[in-house]
Design a binder for this molecule. Structure first.
Ligand SMILES: *Cc1c(COP(=O)(O)O)cnc(C)c1O
Length: 384
């Protein structure tokens, strides 16, 4: 797939608006049309114009694939119906007998997919603290073919050293997959740091408006891309043209939104850090965070996700999460509106009783792009 209408010299904002998103060659429509079609007329038997059936390829999807690949600095990109569909397809690069290493605080859906689905097909796994090189080294077996990392992690917002993990993985001939959902390519480009595949839940910041579910995989390896394209068509977890259009529309403002997410998050971190009811604030950009030196090295800025632990225990945490008026009590993240949640009772309920159990008085914020004073006032009233 050629990097159509992309100039590698362009800045992020230009790529976000134009890469893959050239005016329609037939009508001149400035916005990429929603090609709501399942099949395509052939000029002669077996002679198509690049598209034959929409599971295999669709022009709106092609535009999205070019767009996200350009933003990640990737040669190739493939869009999927959800983040989990992208993960499922990537994991099918493995064969029975292979072993995967994942973070011990991996996204719950990733953990479920590997531990409850892929183990049925002969894949084994270990989890390790990917911020600790010795733990990673100890987790490799002679069957390890893939290392699956997420950075920053959820909900502790720890940063994993992608370059170091790539070196360790490649020494053992394993692929490094990095889930870049939390950082987005605006803040961090895993492929440029040595990762083999970057994956997204496009549902979050790429879409950015809480109105579409989608996934993405990008790589610089032709061999990996061809296998992913084969699987994308063979398995069929593709996004609908309309969903591709919504994602393309969201992506145009990704850089603008990320700037505001970061600006707002930094001011809220400042507010929380000096609040008497707050015991600890977790934000990758805080110099007190244990992984700050890695974050500083591999991220442009530190994103819109904040976790904080309150002094008053789980009751107080619940009161705060239920007491906000602008922050919506909800799971998910990465959109224009601010969300608040209690991971121990919501997104991370399944970790209860395990070594990964999340502190019950930890609150997670997905900071939106509203006026920051209103967000701070909202938290202030909910906390008093
Ligand atoms: C949401 C999420 C996923 C799963 O993506 P879906 O689009 O919900 O299928 C994977 N990884 C991370 C980090 C996520 O936040």
């Amino acid at each position: 797939m050629a990097a159509e209408n992309n100039n590698p010299e362009w800045g992020f904002g230009t790529k976000a608006v134009h890469a893959g998103q050239r005016p329609d060659p037939v009508t001149g429509a400035v916005t990429v049309p929603v090609y709501q079609t399942s099949t395509y007329q052939q000029d002669a038997v077996g002679e198509d114009r690049g598209y034959e059936y929409s599971r295999t390829g669709n022009p709106t999807r092609s535009a999205l694939e070019l767009s996200v690949a350009a933003l990640e600095g990737a040669e190739f990109g493939r869009a999927f119906a959800s983040g989990m569909a992208a993960e499922d397809t990537i994991l099918r690069l493995l064969a029975p007998g292979d072993h995967v290493i994942m973070g011990n605080d991996a996204y719950g859906g990733t953990f479920r997919l590997i531990s409850k689905v892929f183990t049925r097909f002969g894949i084994s796994y270990s989890s390790a603290n990917l911020s600790d090189p010795n733990e990673v080294k100890a987790a490799f077996t002679d069957k390890t073919r893939m290392v699956w990392a997420e950075t920053p992690t959820n909900p502790l917002l720890s940063v994993v050293d992608i370059g170091l993990l790539a070196t360790l993985s490649h020494e053992k001939k394993a692929l490094l997959v990095v889930d870049n959902t939390f950082a987005t390519p605006y803040l961090q480009k895993p492929l440029s740091l040595g990762a083999d595949i970057v994956i997204h839940s496009a549902t979050k910041y790429l879409g950015g408006h809480s109105d579409v579910v989608g996934g993405f995989a990008a790589t610089n390896s032709l061999e990996i891309d061809q296998e992913l394209a084969f699987l994308q068509n063979a398995v069929g977890a593709v996004p609908a043209p309309w969903d591709c259009y919504l994602l393309l529309r969201g992506i145009k403002t990704l850089g603008v939104r990320m700037d505001r997410h970061c600006d707002n998050a930094e001011k809220i971190v400042e507010f929380l850090s000096s609040h008497s009811k707050v015991k600890e604030v977790l934000y990758p950009g805080l110099s007190t965070h244990p992984t700050f030196s890695i974050a500083e090295k591999q991220m442009e800025r530190y994103g819109g996700m904040i976790s904080f632990i309150v002094n008053g225990g789980k009751e107080q945490a619940r009161d705060i999460a239920q007491g906000t008026k602008i922050f919506t009590l909800a799971e998910s993240l990465g959109a224009v509106e601010s969300l608040i949640e209690i991971p121990a009772a919501m997104t991370h309920l399944s970790t209860e009783g395990s070594p990964l159990e999340v502190d019950k008085s930890l609150i997670r914020l997905s900071v939106g792009i509203e006026t920051v004073d209103d967000l701070i006032n909202d938290l202030d009233q909910a906390m008093s």
